[in-house]
Design a protein around this ligand. Structure first.
Ligand SMILES: NCc1[nH]cc(CCC(=O)O)c1CC(=O)O
Length: 324
């Protein structure tokens, strides 16, 4: 990593904090949202630096086959390393479990709706779909859970940004598609949601609906400022969720679901599911754990406990071919 001198400069009204962002409509909305929070809550002036990442350019192949989520993040990190930007805003679920050396998550913002949404022009819900209906999604996590709920469905790949996916539905290519509710809400598209999947039915991805603010580890001034924006319950819940994946050695080619909630004060409940990426033939493995989780260590310990339950139930069989 190069040693940019901007880390010595405290963020002030006169030196804007440059926010590196992808250029999809959702990414821009999220970066603008963070820019507005910096102004409103911290009195900091920020500007956006739009970037096209490799992940955005690859539309024809399943992302998991070409290098995964990291593709969306790496180019933004390069901008941070080179001092072209101070801050990168990410959908947390697209952020790999372990950041490269020299980078940290300075804050995680309060989570938007973490649920998956059923979107269709002719059908109200998954259970209302006719036999052998065609559902679009390229998320392995959604594929294995949809198959567990409705083995008769034909599940077809669906890639592209939110607008592209909705257009492909409207063009008649699918009876229904499944998308994150959070993205649709952020873009003012909540009216496209016919029904939401309760997390008990379709467990969301680790970090779904939350935004992560990434900076250089040595940018301590900005780190202290941004810490004020972090939402503690979301931070703890998403650290538990991400610890499941880290513990299983997961990448995005693993159809892993992890979702933490707060059933009582200080009490965290964590639901996880693991499917079979290769052929979807193995039954969905699930586990639920609950414990007090008042700090990051306890939250991550709960994540590791959930992972150990999955391992006891045979997770190795589901993961074996991934390392081959
Ligand atoms: N995988 C792409 C992605 N990354 C983040 C979101 C939006 C929701 C979020 O912030 O978690 C989406 C769209 C989707 O999954 O439908």
């Amino acid at each position: 990593m190069s040693a940019p001198n901007s880390s010595a400069v405290a963020p002030t009204a006169v030196s804007p904090v440059v926010i590196a962002t992808r250029e999809s409509r959702l990414a821009l909305w999220q970066a603008e949202h963070v820019r507005d929070l910096l102004a409103r809550d911290l009195g900091l002036h920020a500007e956006l630096l739009g970037m096209t990442t490799r992940g955005d350019q690859i539309l024809d192949r399943s992302l998991s086959k070409v290098g995964g989520k990291g593709l969306f993040v790496k180019e933004l990190e390069n901008a941070l390393a080179e001092g072209r930007a101070r801050l990168a805003v990410h959908s947390l679920k697209d952020v790999p479990m372990d950041l490269p050396a020299g980078f940290v998550l300075a804050a995680i913002l309060e989570r938007e709706d973490p649920r998956d949404a059923f979107v269709s022009n002719h059908h109200e819900s998954l259970s209302a779909l006719p036999q052998r209906a065609c559902v679009g999604t390229s998320s392995l996590r959604r594929v294995v859970q949809l198959k567990a709920l409705r083995p008769d469905l034909r599940i077809e790949p669906l890639r592209g940004n939110l607008d592209t996916r909705l257009r492909k539905l409207d063009d008649g290519g699918y009876d229904a598609i499944v998308l994150a509710a959070a993205g649709l809400k952020r873009l003012g598209l909540a009216d496209r949601v016919r029904s939401v999947f309760e997390p008990s039915q379709m467990i969301p991805a680790a970090g779904q609906g939350a935004l992560g603010l990434e900076i250089r580890e040595d940018d301590e001034v900005l780190r202290r400022s941004l810490a004020q924006l972090s939402h503690a319950p979301t931070w703890l819940a998403t650290h538990a969720e991400r610890a499941v994946s880290r513990s299983l050695g997961g990448s995005c080619s693993v159809p892993l679901a992890a979702h933490a909630t707060w059933p009582g004060p200080g009490q965290m409940h964590l639901a996880v599911a693991l499917g079979d990426a290769e052929h979807g033939m193995l039954p969905l493995l699930t586990a639920e754990v609950q414990a007090e989780a008042v700090d990051t260590d306890a939250a991550e310990a709960l994540g590791r406990l959930a992972a150990s339950h999955l391992r006891e139930r045979g997770a190795a069989r589901y993961l074996a071919h991934l390392n081959g």
